[in-house]
Design a protein around this ligand. Structure first.
Ligand SMILES: Cc1cc2nc3c(=O)[nH]c(=O)nc-3n(C[C@H](O)[C@H](O)[C@H](O)COP(=O)(O)OP(=O)(O)OC[C@H]3O[C@@H](n4cnc5c(N)ncnc54)[C@H](O)[C@@H]3O)c2cc1C
Length: 483
């Protein structure tokens, strides 16, 4: 296999695929995907993608204002402006590629409302928008002759060289290397650092940990969004998200007495932004002494519910609840990372020619709290920013590739079990929705110890070891910021 490329992209979610599609066809690209192409957070996105596209009563100023309000005005106004201004271009671009957004009976694109948005501006494909976008991007990228896609191929290490980057990869148990002038990290989120998350199992923060290891600035990793309404069956680690749009369509939140309670915490009631609702639920749990909470949309027309939320309806029904007839149990869980590898408006990190986009990056658009449906948009807008910058710089690259050497595995032993479980438990106990100050310090010391063990002892390189190392680095960075 050839092993030199103009660009290596780690990650095949919305960000990585759209980045590849927007690079020039003269650019030789390697796309790495840790598992199969459809296993990622992008595939799980339900509610939709926010955009001011062919507006009626909407404007980019309003979209910007809503984004800033949700983010507590801690957003970067410059990147927010780029986000809202470019939205119409990206929507048109994915429509042209064939994304099948829902339409009204008269053929107009249907726009729905979600918490924190002052206008109906969420474009969606039923309640599985991410899968619809991802399928289209996968189909498109597979037609591109300049792009080599390697599924089930994990980036296990990354080094900076004099001419760019060297990547160590693991595929079918075999290690190999590839080299490039530019690197685009699109490795997604960190949800698997918590016991309960909506994230797919690939979300172990590998790209963030590797960028940190080569000196890139990481910012605001403690800004984690806990989604208020994950279906709560108390035993699966990957929790089904009950989309914000269910509240947007009128569902009520109920406490353990099956009473509405949001009026005690925020005048926007169920449509308050996510952080406010999650915080309210955890505070209400303390007030009532119970973590039993429910979401109730059963007063709406059953046919509307089944048509509007077919995926949620079927999944919840399979677990014994008919949402057209009764409230369903919910509780907050980890959902999204606002922080990440810090990038500028062109998606470039503090390491020259190292780019990052999507959930692993910190563009600053979300501030303290992401507005619903802004992340798919961020993934598209800022992966294209990276692609544009890389294409402008390509002609300045040398013809040669320096190749970094990765350490040989000497006396490597298998990773003992238990590290990942322990990290997840420490994070869930100490740093969930409202951090527990008493547990934070002990948790931090223990995660530091685990990280030291994993980085100084010699373990066999497999996905379990690489992910454990990533989780330890991410846990260390989060708790360091919180303490
Ligand atoms: C349940 C759920 C619902 C959501 N709903 C919405 C919504 O309605 N609207 C919205 O805007 N956002 C939503 N989000 C958030 C949004 O889906 C994500 O933020 C966004 O899709 C992230 O895209 P990404 O490309 O950055 O990461 P991902 O889509 O997660 O892709 C990451 C990619 O990186 C690869 N990867 C990771 N590590 C490695 C490695 N070491 N080597 C090689 N490859 C690697 C993975 O295999 C994967 O291909 C939702 C998220 C979840 C979990």
């Amino acid at each position: 296999m050839e092993n030199t490329y103009d660009v290596i992209i780690a990650g095949c979610g919305a960000a990585g695929l759209y980045g590849a599609i927007n690079l020039p066809r003269s650019c030789k690209v390697l796309l790495l995907c840790k598992q199969e192409l459809t296993l990622c957070n992008s595939a799980l996105a339900q509610g939709g993608i926010a955009a001011v596209y062919q507006p009626t009563n909407d404007s980019t100023d309003l979209h910007k204002q809503d984004t800033l309000i949700a983010g507590g005005f801690k957003n970067n106004p410059e990147t927010v402006q780029i986000l809202v201004d470019n939205a119409k271009y990206e929507i048109q671009s994915i429509l042209d590629m064939g994304v099948d957004f829902d339409r009204t009976p008269d053929g107009e694109l249907h726009r729905t409302l979600e918490g924190g948005h002052s206008r109906h501006r969420i474009f969606h494909h039923k309640d599985s928008t991410g899968a619809a976008i991802l399928d289209t991007l996968i189909r498109k990228v597979k037609t591109l002759e300049n792009v080599t896609i390697l599924e089930n191929t994990m980036m296990v290490d990354l080094k900076k060289t004099g001419t760019g980057f060297s990547v160590q990869m693991l595929r079918n148990g075999t290690l190999s290397t590839a080299h490039s002038h530019f690197m685009l990290l699109a490795t997604g989120g960190i949800g698997r650092i918590y016991e309960f998350t909506t994230n797919s199992k690939i979300a172990t923060g590998d790209g963030i940990a590797m960028a940190y290891n080569i000196g890139a600035e990481i910012r605001n990793l403690h800004l984690i969004q806990f989604h208020p309404t994950a279906f709560n069956n108390h035993h699966t680690r990957e929790c089904l998200l009950v989309s914000e749009a269910v509240r947007g369509e009128g569902a009520y939140l109920l406490n353990c007495h099956k009473e509405r309670f949001m009026h005690l915490y925020d005048e926007r009631l169920e449509l308050a932004p996510r952080d406010v609702v999650s915080h309210s639920i955890v505070t209400e749990a303390r007030r009532t002494g119970s973590t039993d909470f429910y979401l109730d949309i059963s007063r709406k027309d059953p046919e509307f519910i089944k048509r509007r939320f077919p995926m949620i309806y079927e999944n919840v029904l399979a677990q014994g609840y008919d949402m057209t007839k009764e409230p369903i149990p919910i509780y907050p869980c980890q959902h999204y990372l606002m922080g990440g590898i810090h990038v500028n408006t062109q998606s470039e990190t503090t390491v020259p020619n190292l780019f990052a986009c999507g959930e692993c990056s910190h563009t600053g658009v979300h501030g303290n709290n992401r507005l619903a449906s802004n992340s798919l948009l961020e993934a598209l807008v800022f992966s294209r920013q990276a692609a544009l910058t890389i294409s402008e710089r390509m002609s300045t690259c040398p013809d040669t590739f320096e190749e970094a050497v990765f350490p040989a595995q000497e006396n490597a032993k298998p990773l003992p079990t238990g590290f990942r479980t322990e990290i997840r438990h420490l994070m869930q106990e100490s740093c969930f929705v409202i951090p527990d100050t008493a547990k934070l310090l002990d948790g931090f010391e223990r995660i530091k110890e685990i990280r030291k063990t994993l980085t100084t002892e010699s373990y066999e390189i497999d996905s379990n070891y690489v992910e454990a190392k990533s989780l330890a680095t991410i846990g260390y960075l989060i708790l360091k910021e919180v303490i």
